[in-house]
Ligand binder design. Structure first.
Ligand SMILES: [Zn+2]
Length: 674
């Protein structure tokens, strides 16, 4: 049963009043109220002030901030401040800083900079969190505990190396099993004892972020590093729980960030939150997929949008302003995909350091007479009016797409067949094919319940771990439609090939086997010949990879039309039990992929919206008897289309819509069907 943490949408963001004199706080409070801001995220990077030296703590300023916010009855998202370590700690306890991939020991500087296995870090972080939890638990305005911030990065120091050996021993038990798992007979790498294990950075068997001499070892190190940071999170959470049994905990995640297995992390968090920073050229569908992934982490539970900029970022190469209306439509896009909060980074803009050009609700001008502030205020008014209408609403997706960090790591460590192969890009292509038809999608994990879905897509399911193929078999044989692609079914959990022909354990379900994989150089293509009625054209291009596929029980749907494998199948379909399993053996142009997926959606009678103009997005959430349709124009021009929404009420304007929908630039309609 899902928990309901909010009775209204949290609207606010990061607030760092310690950077400002106290008389400014009064003006802040006035402006927050005027903009309908009802929450503040505080104490995210305050360790240096809370603990100015090893044995000295000072909570007076934090007390004052909390007291001031409480006076306005603001909901408080309380950080634990452990994401940036104080200078004195680095000076006196050098084990707290990291060693990087190149083997360089880091000094004091930056943030997200602690070694997750440092005894000093763990000691000081736990002492700080004990004090924070003891002091502020039970405070009536404390809404969420925000542990650390944007956990990320890796450490390759000697204490991590020692901890890794323990982790490996727990997993494999004997060194012989480790040798087998990592295939260490290759290049005479046989390990004789656990102390022979070295961290896979540049000084060992690492090559760089996307190449490794021994992928099994490097994948295990990623798992270990993700677990190490997760242990830091769990340590703080467990301390909080000693004092506070109820207030939910979170930490802000970062979409498809590669370094951490977020599905594993989400199991330890009460509520998922994430930071959404699309660039000026980020495809809309990528942001949508990120939201869906964040909602998928806890099996469809709504999440918090912890950070977005109201206007501008500072860390991208070209930091475009969000055009008037764009922040609003992006906020609704978050809500449409499952957000129960809209929070900004940040409420008042820093006067110095790296984020001084990062947008904020209160700009450097310092007053409310700004475009950005007015837009924040307008959205605040609208969200206040919506109240709890959308809180906890669900997405009723019938299509699921598998996303798996083990696969992400393994596929990108693989040397060959093509450096162009990137995990998220390939998942995105299939997401886009559904998104182009405005179909709601759940992002799934290997443990998700496949039987809830009509269609499960598993692009580049390169690593098939134990039990996965059995799950897929059961799903298809009971009537589900499954689709996978090139680079699937190839290796086991340790990156060793499933021998006997690709796609290994998926071979029978798919009714094919793959003999070879051709990699096409950039700019070169093969041609696909389609005869099936499901495509609008007879010829399409394909690129990057071409599997040489042999049919077993499957039928050919599309064939290659050039090179020595002309006539061989490129796309196949297999009846298996009462379901169907599709295999796409190459990277077809997106138009063809969209048509293929549209065909599968139609076969399963899934609601799609066709003839919707480019740049308009439709997504839905369901609460009780009501289905809310979000119709969002992400473009800076007027868009019109005919729809089946005639007679629905736009709850933002209280007007009924006709069969013709007209959207102003960056406009949003929130239609409700009972
Ligand atoms: Zn370390």
């Amino acid at each position: 049963m899902r928990e309901q943490y909010f009775d209204k949408m949290l609207y606010g963001g990061d607030y760092n009043p310690e950077q400002w004199p106290k008389d400014i706080w009064e003006e802040d409070m006035r402006m927050f109220n005027e903009a309908h801001i009802n929450s503040a995220t505080i104490n995210v990077f305050s360790w240096a002030r809370l603990q100015p030296s090893e044995n000295e703590y000072d909570f007076s300023e934090l007390d004052a901030v909390i007291e001031r916010l409480a006076k306005e009855d603001m909901e408080i998202v309380l950080g634990t401040s452990t994401a940036a370590i104080p200078a004195w700690m680095c000076r006196k306890f050098p084990d707290v800083t990291r060693v990087d991939f190149e083997g360089r020991k880091h000094k004091f500087g930056h943030r997200h900079n602690h070694c997750p296995n440092s005894p000093s870090f763990k000691r000081f972080a736990s002492e700080l969190v004990h004090r924070l939890a003891q002091r502020y638990s039970g405070h009536p305005n404390l809404k969420i505990w925000h542990i650390s911030n944007e956990y990320s990065g890796e450490c390759y120091c000697e204490q991590c190396e020692k901890a890794f050996r323990v982790w490996v021993k727990d997993k494999y038990e004997t060194i012989e099993v480790v040798n087998e798992a990592w295939n260490m007979s290759f290049w005479g790498h046989t390990l004789y004892e656990f102390d022979d294990i070295v961290v896979p950075n540049y000084l060992g068997d690492g090559i760089h972020d996307t190449a490794a001499a021994f992928a099994g070892l490097s994948i295990d190190y990623r798992r270990f590093n993700s677990d190490s940071l997760l242990n830091n999170f769990k340590m703080e959470r467990d301390i909080i729980r000693l004092y506070d049994k109820e207030t939910p905990t979170t930490t802000n995640l970062m979409g498809t960030y590669k370094g951490l297995d977020y599905f594993k992390w989400a199991k330890e968090m009460d509520i998922v939150s994430w930071d959404n920073y699309p660039s000026y050229n980020t495809p809309l569908s990528h942001t949508a997929m990120n939201h869906d992934l964040m909602r998928g982490l806890k099996g469809g539970e709504s999440f918090m949008l912890m950070e977005q900029t109201p206007s501008q970022q500072n860390w991208q190469p070209y930091n475009a302003l969000k055009r008037p209306g764009k922040m609003r439509v992006q906020s609704y896009q978050s809500i449409a995909h499952g957000a129960d909060s809209i929070q900004f980074f940040q409420l008042r803009r820093s006067k110095g350091a790296v984020e001084k050009f990062h947008g904020a609700v209160i700009e450097h001008a310092g007053h409310s007479n700004t475009r950005v502030y007015r837009e924040v205020m307008e959205l605040g008014r609208e969200l206040k009016r919506l109240g709890d209408d959308l809180i906890g609403a669900e997405t009723k997706a019938r299509v699921g797409i598998l996303f798996d960090w083990d696969n992400y790591w393994a596929l990108e460590y693989t040397s060959g067949p093509s450096v162009a192969l990137r995990y998220v890009d390939q998942i995105q292509r299939y997401y886009d094919a559904c998104y182009s038809r405005h179909v709601d999608i759940d992002m799934l994990h290997m443990d998700s319940k496949f039987s809830k879905y009509d269609i499960v897509l598993a692009p580049v399911l390169y690593m098939v771990k134990e039990g996965v193929s059995e799950k897929i078999d059961a799903f298809v044989s009971q009537g589900g439609t499954f689709l996978t692609t090139y680079m699937s079914g190839i290796v086991d959990q340790s990156d060793n090939v499933h021998l006997g022909g690709y796609p290994g354990p998926l071979r029978e379900t798919l009714g094919i086997w793959v003999e070879e994989i051709d990699a096409l150089a950039p700019g070169t293509t093969n041609i696909l010949a389609t005869e099936a009625a499901l495509f609008s054209q007879g010829r399409y291009k394909c690129e990057m990879l071409c599997d040489l596929v042999h049919l077993e029980s499957a039928e050919m749907v599309v064939a290659y039309n050039s090179d020595f494998y002309k006539g061989m199948p490129a796309v196949t379909k297999n009846r298996f039990g009462s379901g169907e399993a599709w295999y796409v053996g190459t990277v077809p142009e997106q138009t063809m992929l969209n048509e293929l997926i549209a065909h599968i959606l139609t076969e399963k009678e899934i609601e799609t919206f066709d003839d919707v103009p480019e740049g308009v997005e439709i997504a839905s959430r369901v609460k009780g008897e009501k289905t809310f349709y979000f119709i969002m124009n992400h473009r800076n021009d007027v868009q019109q289309f005919h729809s089946s929404f005639k007679g629905c009420t736009d709850v933002l304007t209280n007007q009924k819509v006709s069969d013709k929908i007209q959207l102003e630039p960056f406009d949003v309609k929130l239609l409700v069907k009972k």
